[in-house]
Design a protein around this ligand. Structure first.
Ligand code: MGD
Ligand code: MGD
Ligand code: SF4
Ligand code: MO
Length: 699
């Protein structure tokens, strides 16, 4: 009966970056319904399908319920159930043994896309343990935007969809499917309803592109050439914000000179975008003030991310759209505990010099370790050996470029432990596997540390099953075993209290509020300048020489050279039904997308004799996989878009759930890296396709 249902307010999490306010209906200890909360600050009642079925994650019969210790050879899929005490004692003994033999830096702490507060407790554990190496995915996700923003204008310029805007300019961001960083699609549709114009840059005609006033179908991997072409038109036609440029930018003349190298006709050759559309986009964006620019993963999924991100911040700056409502803003944090204090950053003063990235000269301010450097340290002991790994919230075997290299790395470690909700290809390679409590089963805080100026309450709704513990509890207990216990809490939930205490709130009071936002402050440059060395937006980087960075953005070529034997380009877009590699085992999601699908233009498919639904082989210079053909004219005929994150939970642990068969990162390589962030080319690769002849792909 409906009366039996208790409704709890919380926020969606761990299905994407999260953020929608939810009403969760509970009967006893079971969630019976999830729906949008009309009061949700970010979503105003909106939800997507995977948010609505998100409670299904909790109840699968194969969910991990007890700590496990490897019983057979590594990767053989044999496990023995052990107690939490034994697991924590043995894991800490291994970490301490490695620390004693090789130093603390020889233990790496692994984490994936930030999912909740445990992300920062893990970084804290690494700092307290003494290791500068937190291996994360920032090299391909958001560091490009955030750190480039910091260097160029002194902050991370976030697209503001909350204030009125005249135009939204989307670059390689598929928000209708991804709702990334709490930029919920309903915010965009609300702005469209208000009359905002829309320009979309994407090789695929996405849902947003279909709604757009202008869609630029660019050649993958050429965003920075297009941006420079647009800057060229804006400069040549004097469409820039003269007053802002004069008072608040550094190096405008240099940028203008550089942009002369990108006249629209030349940009058309590089990017496939007709010159007339380059001009039209420039005129529309420059005329509409304020205008907001939303940039997506596509610009940071290849080695040229620094140039792409730099060119886009320059574009925001010359049109005067930085730090204005409805433009790209400096989102201020609410009064909560600062990141550096929370993670105890002060404990490793030499972190910047010690971390693996420093050896490779990555850009200052980039504080996590790119996966490629971690793998070299494990396999080649270069520049120093890394022998142990503790990972949570991540599935490197599928998420990192060059999955074979990742497999070798996990085989080659002296020790590894992985915490997850479900057995994954990566967990299947570990020595210890720890079962975690998930969203709805623990108190948590969302959106901390991602630069959008808010935090969201995610109170517990039901009890976890079996012996599942929140990651925060595991880390707190491990911390007490590997470092002075007084640096840790009696109860892990104190971390939640620490975070909101500066706001004068208890966690319980924060839950009542649901959301804490920072103050809305705009145009602070008028009184304070920009927080950069010159006090201005650095179109030309004043720090270029000091940090060995390029002073001006440029297009230096495709991330991977054209290759006659591999005439197509393979890109990808995140599925609206999954979070990268997660949740293929949730039946109501799997029904929606049972197989990995590759989008192919019908003309292209016809040329290769491929029909809709056929099993196809995709090959690059680095590897091959099979997926199913999905014929659609939303994609450029010279481009295909393959599905990401595939492994088969219905498979067996001895083969690590067929991680080779359809996994996009079998097609990628960690050989060529961007210098600034260590970013590999995980998109925009030359490839070829053929109809599968029934062969099993295993290489
Ligand atoms: N449903 C769902 N939501 C998610 C995720 C998920 O896996 N599933 N993942 C979350 C994560 S971790 C992140 S970081 C965000 C990412 O969210 P988005 O930034 O939206 O990233 P993608 O889906 O990778 O790609 C966006 C678009 O880039 C286009 N594209 C490909 N190559 C190029 C190119 O060279 N130039 C340009 N301009 N466009 C190109 C693709 O066609 C695609 O439409 O989403 C988050 N939200
Ligand atoms: N080729 C290619 N590679 C990519 C991308 C791409 O577009 N193309 N995208 C990149 C991007 S943007 C990102 S962010 C990364 C994502 O990389 P990851 O973050 O590693 O991948 P996910 O699939 O999001 O999450 C991995 C695991 O977290 C587990 N998990 C979920 N919630 C919890 C929890 O509460 N606790 C614990 N312990 N585990 C939990 C899930 O079960 C899953 O196994 O992949 C990157 N890799
Ligand atoms: S859009 Fe994201 S945050 Fe909102 S319901 Fe869907 S998965 Fe959850
Ligand atoms: Mo990401």
């Amino acid at each position: 009966m409906a009366e039996d249902i208790r409704w709890v307010k919380t926020h969606c999490a761990r299905m994407d970056h999260g953020g929608c306010g939810l009403l969760v209906g509970v009967k006893g200890n079971a969630i019976v319904e999830v729906k949008g909360d009309p009061d949700g600050f970010l979503n105003k009642g909106y939800t997507c399908f995977k948010g609505r079925v998100s409670a299904d994650r909790l109840t699968h019969p194969d969910r991990l319920l007890h700590p496990l210790k490897r019983a057979g050879e590594r990767g053989e899929g044999k496990w023995r159930q052990i107690s939490w005490d034994q697991a924590l004692d043995e894991i800490s003994a291994n970490l301490l043994r490695i620390k004693e033999t090789h130093g603390a830096r020889a233990v790496a702490f692994g984490v994936g896309m930030p999912k909740g507060l445990e992300h920062f407790v893990l970084i804290r554990l690494a700092n307290i343990f003494g290791s500068p190496n937190v291996v994360a995915i920032q090299d391909v996700c958001h560091a490009g935007r955030e750190v480039t923003g910091m260097h160029t204008c002194g902050f991370y310029p976030v697209a503001d969809f909350h204030n009125p805007t005249k135009l939204m300019f989307f670059w390689g961001s598929n928000l209708a499917s991804t709702n990334e960083e709490g930029n919920i699609y309903s915010q965009v549709t609300a702005r469209l309803k208000d009359g905002a114009q829309l320009i979309v840059v994407d090789p695929r005609k996405t849902e947003l592109a279909r709604k757009a006033d202008l869609w630029l179908q660019l050649r993958p991997g050429t965003a920075q050439a297009l941006a420079m072409g647009i800057i060229n038109v804006i400069c040549e036609e004097s469409l820039y914000d003269r007053d802002f440029v004069e008072k608040y930018t550094h190096g405008f003349e240099d940028l203008k000179q550089e942009a002369k190298k990108y006249p629209p006709d030349k940009v058309e050759e590089i990017t496939w975008v007709p010159a007339e559309l380059v001009r039209r986009a420039a005129r529309m964006y420059a005329a509409a003030r304020p205008a907001t620019l939303q940039w997506g993963n596509a610009i940071e999924h290849d080695m040229n991310v620094f140039d792409s991100a730099r060119s886009l911040v320059c574009l925001m700056a010359v049109t005067g759209n930085l730090d204005v409502p409805g433009g790209n803003i400096n989102a201020r944090e609410p009064k909560i505990m600062g990141l550096a204090q929370f993670v105890r950053a002060g404990l490793i003063p030499d972190k910047r010099k010690e971390m693996l990235g420093a050896h490779y000269g990555v850009i200052p301010r980039f504080m996590t370790t790119p996966s490629t450097f971690f793998r070299r340290a494990v396999l080649d002991s270069a520049p120093y050996p890394v022998r142990g790994y503790y990972g949570m919230c991540t599935n490197p075997m599928v998420a990192w470029a060059d999955s074979r290299l990742t497999y070798k790395t996990f085989q080659g470690l002296d020790f590894s432990a992985v915490a997850d909700i479900f057995m994954t290809p990566t967990a299947a390679m570990a020595d210890f596997v720890l079962p975690v409590a998930h969203q709805y089963e623990m108190n948590d805080i969302g959106h901390y540390g991602i630069g959008h100026g808010l935090v969201l309450a995610r109170p517990k709704v039901v009890d976890p099953p079996g012996e599942c513990w929140p990651d925060m509890k595991i880390l707190n207990e491990l911390g007490k075993r590997v470092s002075p216990p007084e640096l840790w809490h009696e109860n892990h939930e104190e971390f939640l209290e620490d975070l909101v205490r500066p706001a004068g709130l208890t966690y319980g009071e924060f839950v009542e509020k649901g959301c804490l936002k920072g103050p809305e402050i705009f145009r602070s440059y008028e009184s304070k300048g920009f927080p950069t060395p010159t006090g201005k937006v650095e179109l030309r980087l004043s720090t270029a020489e000091k940090f060995r960075l390029k002073p001006l953005p440029e297009f230096t070529g495709l991330p991977e050279a054209e290759d006659a034997e591999y005439p197509l380009t393979v890109i990808s877009a995140k599925s609206r039904y999954y979070l990268l590699s997660s949740y293929r085992w949730v039946a109501r999601l799997r029904e929606k997308r049972p197989q990995p699908l590759t989008e192919i233009h019908p003309e292209t498919a016809a040329r290769y004799g491929i029909a809709d639904g056929d099993e196809i082989v995709i090959e690059t210079r680095y590897g091959s996989i099979t997926q199913r053909a999905c014929l659609t004219d939303i994609i450029h005929p010279r481009v295909i878009s393959a599905a990401l994150g595939w492994w088969f939970p219905e498979g067996s642990p001895e083969t690590q759930y067929e991680w080779k068969r359809s996994n996009f990162n079998m097609l990628t390589s960690a050989g060529k890296l961007g210098k600034e962030f260590g970013t590999p080319n995980i998109m925009n690769l030359p490839c070829r396709i053929r109809k599968a002849a029934g062969e099993a792909i295993t290489s």
